[in-house]
Design a protein around this ligand. Structure first.
Ligand SMILES: Cc1ncc(COP(=O)(O)O)c(C=O)c1O
Length: 457
C-alpha cells in the first residue's frame, strides 16, 4: 500500500470510530458483518444512520453527498416526497394481501408505454427478475443453455453467478472463455448450461451458436456493462446480438436492472433503439423500495398464462412497493428529471475531465445518463479482460480520499459507478468536484510512484 493511501485510511478510521465498533459487533452475528457481500470492505464499512435527498449521515455524524445511492437504485434520491407520500397512504390501509389490486395493471401500463413489451410480471429484486427471464427463455425455446458475457452481472441465482469476477488465471482462452463459478455451491450441471462470451465481440457469440446448434435459449446482456465501472457497447453491438439471436431462434434478454430507469424513459431499449425479447427491471424503478419486473411479448408471457411456466411470490406487488413504483414512474422519472440528471452528470464529467488533464492523472471518464465512473486505465476498456488491468490501489486512494472530504463518490469497489439523482443540485456537483480537485494531484503523484497494480477482482 502506498503512503498516501495509508494516510487516507488512517484519516477514515479517525473519522468513523462508531462504524468500526458497529462492524466489530456485527461480525459476531452476520458473516463479514454485512447483509450483502458487496457491502464488505477493509478496514470496515461505513455504517449509515439516515439519508435525505442527495445526502446521508453515518453513525459518527459525518455527512456525505451521496453518489452511491444504494448501488444506483435511487435515482429518486433518499425519501423523495412523492414516494414518501404515496407509501405513507398505504401504510395505514394494508401493506400486503397476496391478492390482486388496481396498481398492478396501472404500473404494467406505465412499463408497456416506455418499453417495447406487452405484458409484465412483478417481483422484488433484480435477481428474481433475471431468474424468471432465463426460465421463460428456456421454456420458450425448449433449450437449456444460455450465453452471458464475461464480467456481466445478473444477480445471484445459479445460472447467472458464472464468470462474474473470474480471476486472471481462471478466465481461459479469450476466444473461448471458461464458465467460472462465482463461488462454491453452484452445480456443475448449471455451469455447463451457462456459456460465456466476450462483451463487444459478436463473433464470440456466433462461435457459441455454431458450437451448440439448437441448444441455446437466450443471450442475456447488460446493455451497458455497469459491473466493471462503465463499459459502453461498440456502435452496432446490440444490433448484431439482435440479429444473431433471431437467426438462431434464441431470445435476447436485456438486463436493465441498472439502466432501465436511469438511462432514459425507455431505458437502454430506447437509448440503443433495440427491441429485445425480454426486459428485466429493478433498482431505481422502486424509488427506494424493493420492486422488480420482467416483461416481454404476449407470446412469451403467455407461457405463464398457459400454466407452462410458473411464477409466484408472497411479496409480489405488495401495495407499499407498488405505490412507490407508481409514484416513481409518474412523478419522479419525468422528462424534466432526465434533463436534470443528464445536465448535472455532464457538468460532473466535464469537471472531472478538466482535473484529470490538469493533474496529469492517467485515467479517463466513462458516463451514460445519470451514471459515471473514473476509470484508472490509460485507454477505454472494451471488455472484462481490459477491466482486470484497472489500478485498484489508486482507485482505493481515490475512494477513501473522497469519503474523507464528505463525498461518497460511488459505492465502494472499483467495478461500480456513481449515480446522480433528481435530488442532487449544482451545489452538490460543485462540492464533488472541489473534493476531486483537492485530491487529484496526490493521486497523480501516487500513480507515478512504483506500486503494485493489483489485479482488479
Ligand atoms: C445488471 C444487474 N442485474 C441484476 C442485479 C441483481 O439485482 P438485485 O441485487 O436486486 O438482486 C444487479 C445488481 O446490482 C445488476 O446490476
Amino acid at each position: 500500500m502506498h503512503e498516501a493511501l495509508r494516510k487516507e485510511i488512517e484519516t477514515y478510521e479517525k473519522r468513523t470510530p462508531r462504524s468500526r465498533e458497529a462492524h466489530k459487533k456485527a461480525v459476531e452475528r452476520l458473516p463479514l458483518g454485512v447483509a450483502s457481500n458487496y457491502r464488505a470492505y477493509d478496514p470496515y464499512p461505513i455504517f449509515v444512520r439516515e439519508g435525505k435527498g442527495g445526502h446521508i449521515h453515518d453513525v459518527d455524524g459525518n455527512e456525505y453527498v451521496d453518489f452511491n445511492l444504494c448501488f444506483g437504485a435511487l435515482m429518486a434520491g433518499h425519501c423523495h416526497p412523492a414516494v414518501v407520500s404515496a407509501v405513507q397512504k398505504k401504510l395505514s390501509t394494508g401493506t400486503m394481501f397476496g391478492m390482486p389490486h388496481d396498481m398492478e395493471w396501472e404500473l404494467a401500463e406505465e412499463i408497456c408505454k416506455r418499453f417495447p413489451v406487452e405484458m409484465v410480471r412483478f417481483g422484488n429484486s433484480g435477481t428474481e427478475s433475471t431468474m424468471h427471464a432465463v426460465r421463460l427463455a428456456r421454456a420458450a425455446t425448449g433449450r437449456d443453455r444460455i450465453i452471458k458475457m464475461e464480467g456481466g452481472y445478473h444477480g445471484l441465482h445459479d445460472s447467472a453467478l458464472v464468470s462474474v469476477k473470474p480471476k486472471e488465471n481462471e478466465v481461459g482462452d479469450p476466444n473461448a472463455p471458461n464458465s467460472v463459478p462465482g463461488g462454491e455451491g453452484i452445480p456443475k450441471a448449471t455451469l455447463q448450461n451457462t456459456l460465456v462470451a466476450q462483451f463487444n465481440d459478436p463473433a464470440s457469440v456466433e462461435r457459441l451458436f455454431a458450437k451448440y446448434p439448437n441448444e441455446i435459449a437466450a443471450v442475456i446482456v447488460e446493455p451497458i456493462m455497469m459491473n466493471v465501472g462503465i463499459l459502453m457497447p461498440d456502435p452496432g453491438y446490440h444490433q448484431a446480438l439482435r440479429e444473431i439471436t433471431k437467426k438462431n431462434g434464441a431470445l435476447l434478454i436485456f438486463d436493465e436492472v441498472k439502466t432501465g430507469a436511469k438511462l432514459a424513459r425507455g431505458g437502454a431499449c430506447e437509448y440503443f433503439n433495440i427491441e429485445p425479447d425480454i426486459v428485466c427491471l429493478a433498482k431505481s424503478i422502486g424509488g427506494g423500495f424493493s420492486l422488480a419486473a420482467f416483461a416481454s411479448t404476449r407470446r412469451v408471457m403467455g407461457l405463464i398464462s398457459d400454466h407452462r411456466v410458473f411464477h409466484g411470490g408472497t411479496y409480489n406487488t405488495n401495495p407499499v412497493a407498488m405505490a412507490a413504483g407508481l409514484a416513481t414512474f409518474r412523478e419522479v422519472l419525468t422528462p424534466a428529471a432526465y434533463e436534470h440528471v443528464n445536465r448535472l452528470n455532464k457538468k460532473l464529467v466535464d469537471g472531472y475531465e478538466k482535473e484529470v488533464k490538469k493533474s496529469g492523472l492517467d485515467a479517463y471518464l466513462a458516463s451514460a445518463g445519470s451514471n459515471g465512473a473514473l476509470m484508472f486505465f490509460p485507454k477505454t476498456i472494451r471488455n472484462y479482460r481490459d477491466w482486470l488491468k484497472i489500478d485498484s490501489e489508486i482507485w482505493r486512494h481515490y475512494w477513501f480520499a473522497m469519503v474523507n472530504r464528505g463525498v461518497m463518490a460511488q459505492p465502494y469497489w472499483w467495478d461500480e459507478q456513481w449515480t446522480v439523482s433528481v435530488a442532487h443540485t449544482d451545489a452538490d456537483i460543485d462540492r464533488h468536484l472541489e473534493a476531486f480537485a483537492e485530491i487529484a494531484p496526490a493521486l497523480a503523484a501516487a500513480q507515478k510512484e512504483p506500486h503494485v497494480v493489483t489485479a482488479a477482482h
